[in-house]
Design a protein around this ligand. Structure first.
Ligand code: GSH
Length: 232
């Protein structure tokens, strides 16, 4: 059984996409990041970075104590290795999968995240910041679009590399991106969106959090008022 500490955000969706695809049994523990659940001591013991997603695997393969894990890329890699699913055993495909997984973790995710921040959440609209992140997000979309020109999925068959990137493309409109400018990416995006497991993963939004994560001034303060004193 996997305990999943989750909220309805792109990084959260990566893990529900995997769990729904793989059929691994899991229990969701909602962490409402707009209300400050990420600072509860019991969550910080699992995820000291006060970010979702996190998991606890109650039945690790070595038969030992439960394993707690944060960082969505590490979680996807762990679950793929645990189940032998969505990660090729072929050296070259596996290596390529990790390459694009880390590309998402270090590039697409952080840049699109800042894009959301300055475009949607920032109380003051700073043209330079908006332009910078819209352009960089567009560049990254272009890179992925080109990569997908001759392929159905990012690395071999459908894999954790696809699951990492897809949720960040879902919010393309909020990032000021037009998928018609990226036809191969659009084809890939539609193909993944049609998967029943993707649809089950996204259906959890209505169940767990019908509203937006940043819905009021208090939530804004909790999410965007953090600094060096937040975690001591
Ligand atoms: N690199 C981390 C990023 C996780 C992350 O930024 N999570 C956001 C939601 S998508 C969060 O928990 N925010 C809570 C906060 O800012 O306090 C990962 O991929 O797991």
């Amino acid at each position: 059984m996997i305990d999943l500490y989750y909220w309805t955000t792109p990084n959260g969706h990566k893990v529900t996409m995997f769990l729904e695809e793989s059929g691994l049994p899991y229990t969701i523990h909602p962490i409402n990041i707009g209300q400050g659940d990420q600072f509860k001591p019991e969550f910080l013991r699992i995820a000291p970075n006060n970010r979702i997603p996190a998991i606890v695997d109650q039945a690790p393969q070595d038969g030992g104590e439960p394993i707690a894990l944060f960082e969505s890329g590490a979680i996807l890699q762990y679950l793929a290795e645990k189940t032998g699913q969505f990660l090729s055993s072929d050296l070259r495909v596996r290596t390529e999968t990790f390459q694009w997984l880390y590309w998402q973790m270090g590039g697409l995710g952080p840049m699109a995240g800042q894009n959301h921040h300055f475009n949607v959440y920032a109380p003051v609209k700073i043209d330079y910041a908006i332009d910078r992140y819209v352009r960089e997000t567009g560049r990254l979309y272009g890179v992925l679009n080109k990569h997908l020109e001759q392929r159905d999925f990012i690395a071999g068959d459908y894999s954790i590399a696809d699951m990492a990137s897809y949720p960040w493309i879902v919010s393309h409109e909020r990032q000021n991106q037009n998928l018609d400018d990226f036809p191969h990416l659009k084809r890939w995006f539609q193909r993944i969106g049609e998967r029943p497991a993707t649809q089950r993963a996204y259906a959890l939004v209505e169940q767990i959090n019908p509203g937006s994560p940043v819905h009021d001034e208090k939530a804004r303060q909790i999410l965007f008022g953090q600094d060096s004193k937040t975690i001591r």
